[in-house]
Design a protein around this ligand. Structure first.
Ligand SMILES: C[S@@+](CC[C@H](N)C(=O)[O-])C[C@H]1O[C@@H](n2cnc3c(N)ncnc32)[C@H](O)[C@@H]1O
Length: 238
């Protein structure tokens, strides 16, 4: 996907980008590729592929969920910033907290955020299992996002405790979404969530299936979740 196609396809979805926002995506790309030489951030480095499989794919969540409000989102296991940073560039009013268990990636995100001049972003080095037990992060986020982090049953245990009651967990999944949903139904219910809607689509210019699951937080998550890493006999809630 070249930049003109990126602009046109987003515009067709009602998302228009200013020259400054387009410059931010360009700076994101050059910083990502530069730091990727020193550390493992992404296997995708070809520019049109980054625009399609990282930026456009990340922003596709906004085709199904309205980010056009000053919501506070938490992105669990964002790695090199996906999906939350492409979304933040497109919707600058958002407040974004990223939690990732790999400190090197947090270092990259801090540098990137300075390069991009992002405001209202926070990067935290922690495991979601411990982060979600901290009072200041538990059940406070309007929206929690996650892409390519874990199976839905496990991911729900990491993400739903962070969502405030009435808020939303947006899980970005591949072709295994239906099977993961079947296996994850119990976990979602135990953790206080309920599947509201799911959307299946393919990215432009390629065939692989994408699924966006919109899971509403209906009631508080029991205090024992998320269980700590190393909890004896810990198996997914399935
Ligand atoms: C495969 S990468 C995906 C990164 C990004 N979400 C994307 O779509 O490109 C998974 C990321 O999740 C982080 N991660 C895995 N388990 C985690 C946990 N329990 N708590 C916090 N971060 C975690 C890893 O450090 C890694 O950066």
């Amino acid at each position: 996907m070249n930049i003109e196609q990126f602009i046109d396809m987003l515009s067709a979805k009602g998302i228009s980008l200013s020259p400054q926002q387009l410059q931010q995506y360009e700076t994101y790309y050059s910083t990502l590729v530069e730091w990727n030489e020193k550390m493992n951030l992404t296997a995708i480095t070809d520019k049109p592929e980054v625009y399609l499989k990282h930026y456009y794919d990340s922003i596709s969540a906004a085709f199904y969920f309205d980010f056009n409000e000053p919501l506070h989102i938490c992105d669990v296991g964002a790695g090199a910033g996906f999906p939350s940073l492409p979304i933040k560039i497109a919707f600058p009013e958002l407040h974004v907290t990223i939690v990732d268990s790999l400190n090197k990636r947090i270092g990259f995100l801090e540098h990137l955020s300075n390069q991009l001049g992002l405001k209202n972003v926070q990067f935290i080095h922690d495991r979601a299992e411990t982060f979600g037990q901290k009072k200041e992060h538990r059940e406070v986020y309007d929206v929690v996002t996650a892409r390519a982090v874990a199976r839905l049953s496990v991911l729900s245990e990491l993400c739903l405790p962070l969502v405030k009651v009435g808020g939303t967990f947006v899980a970005m999944k591949g072709a295994s979404a239906k099977e993961e949903l079947d296996a994850g139904k119990k976990a979602i219910a135990v953790l206080g969530g309920k599947l509201d809607q799911s959307f299946s689509f393919t990215l432009p210019q390629e065939e692989s299936e994408r699924n966006i699951l919109i899971i509403k937080k209906e009631k508080a998550t029991p205090k024992k979740y998320p269980r700590k890493p190393g909890t004896p006999n810990k198996t997914p809630i399935e």
